[in-house]
Design a protein around this ligand. Structure first.
Ligand SMILES: *Cc1c(COP(=O)(O)O)cnc(C)c1O
Length: 436
């Protein structure tokens, strides 16, 4: 196999996600032959540091020996069985361990295969809970400005990214967006914490008026990923929890991107010392190995569906829900967190990278350099609308896979990244910045 031969076949046969395919005429996809640790290799042996974790999923490197072994072991036992009417050890063990991780408060795990499906499930469950509880009018959702929750029609309805949403608006159910707490939007001279309070006040104003028709508020805790890694103060979440309780509105925490240590704690909502009513996980759940997602909820929700009447149950399904191979990959991922004390180890790594990245933070073209746990982001000051593609190319020349979101460049590296690789990441990024 050669790079060229694979590319010729790929552009003919594969329609790539989130891509204007015509752009492949000038910017063809990168052929990947294999991965190892933080590195991706093409067929000529050229390598790229996977600095964005293959779209925020990879936690412990490519071809991780421990996860590989777990999947191979599972492969010899059971690859998959449907989860309606059947059950198996990996899905049971995973559900128990996940609910222990959220201190048993969300003890019921409903599985699907990708993040958007986990969101659909949370939205449907929330609405159906209120309906089963005698409040059928609570059938609307509120989300944050610039929020991102996936691209199926229900998830897209609560997403606020014009480029992904506007074309499909005739197909979408309307939802409401309230002021984002992302501190980049604060007023001049306003502190991020004061701005978070102001955003929470806007949420309260909205819910005071509309709680009787609102089923849930959905948020990305601490970091709004697709809007360019917008970060906000944890007190917003604390207040949002109080406001939702006051007005009887569910709080859905979409931790598909920020779960599993990304923000420095296992789950981002821990930093606000709150429990959501629904927690959606995906991406890193399986270490980024296999499509797996879960919607976790509390007993009060579960019990509202528990009934002699079939139609009061939650009759939603995805064929591959709780796939045994994917659950084993997830269990192996949780083993690594425990055995290698990853949350603590990441603190050391994060402070190293934040330290060596100071020249990026003070670069004349760079604005808003920020960090939360194992996420770093900054804006590049440029008027060039072609910046994302150009920066992507400039980074590739430096052996880096970096795919900016608009003018926002971010790092979301696998947690196995070592100091030398962090040095390469910073040096390459600086050279890519200087090439403009
Ligand atoms: C990626 C993402 C989703 C959607 O997950 P998919 O697996 O791509 O469907 C939803 N919410 C957030 C916050 C995400 O980052």
């Amino acid at each position: 196999m050669s790079n060229k031969y694979l590319l010729e076949r790929s552009v003919k046969a594969v329609w790539h996600p989130c891509t204007q395919m015509k752009q492949h005429e000038i910017l063809p996809p990168i052929p990947v032959a294999r991965g190892e640790g933080v590195w991706l290799y093409d067929f000529d042996g050229k390598r790229y540091l996977d600095a964005i974790g293959s779209w925020w999923v990879n936690l412990f490197g490519h071809a991780n020996p421990y996860i590989n072994a777990a999947i191979c072991d599972q492969l010899g036992r059971l690859e998959h069985v449907m989860l309606a009417g059947f059950t198996h050890e990996p899905v049971v063990a995973l559900s128990e361990r996940l609910s222990n991780l959220v201190s048993g408060k969300l003890g019921h795990c409903f599985y699907s295969s990708d993040g958007a499906s986990a969101i659909e499930i949370a939205l449907k469950m929330s609405f159906h809970y209120w309906r089963n509880s005698g409040y059928p009018a609570k059938n609307c959702f509120v989300s944050l400005q610039n929020g991102y929750h996936g691209e199926t029609l229900g998830a897209l309805s609560v997403t606020d990214v014009a480029l992904f949403k506007d074309v499909y608006s005739p197909l979408l159910r309307r939802s409401t967006q309230v002021l984002t707490p992302d501190w980049r939007y604060r007023a001049e001279g306003e502190f991020p914490w004061d701005y978070a309070l102001r955003a929470a006040a806007a949420l309260e104003t909205y819910l005071a008026k509309h709680h009787s028709e609102t089923a849930a508020l959905i948020v990305e805790p601490l970091v709004q990923g697709a809007s360019g890694m917008g970060m906000y103060h944890s007190d917003y979440l604390k207040l949002a929890r109080e406001i939702c309780d006051k007005y009887q509105v569910h709080l859905i925490a979409d931790e598909i991107a920020v779960g599993f240590g990304r923000t420095g704690t296992m789950f981002a909502h821990e930093q606000a010392d709150i429990a959501p009513d629904f927690l959606c996980l995906g991406k890193g759940l399986s270490g980024g190995y296999l499509p797996l997602s879960v919607t976790m909820t509390k007993s009060a929700v579960y019990e509202a569906f528990y009934h002699d009447e079939t139609a009061l149950g939650f009759l939603h399904s995805h064929t591959h829900a709780g796939n045994a191979l994917a659950c084993r990959a997830a269990l192996a991922t949780l083993d690594i967190f425990e055995q290698n004390k990853i949350i603590e180890a990441n603190r050391v790594k994060a402070s190293y990278l934040s330290h060596v990245a100071q020249p990026i933070a003070s670069h004349p073209k760079v604005k808003n350099f920020r960090n939360c746990g194992m996420i770093w982001a900054f804006e590049v000051e440029t008027e060039d609308p072609a910046f994302p593609g150009k920066f992507f190319l400039a980074a590739l020349k430096q052996e880096l896979s970096l795919r900016p979101l608009g003018n926002s460049v971010y790092f979301m590296p696998p947690y196995v990244i070592n100091n030398q690789e962090m040095d390469l990441l910073v040096a390459g990024t600086l050279r890519a910045l200087d090439s403009f």
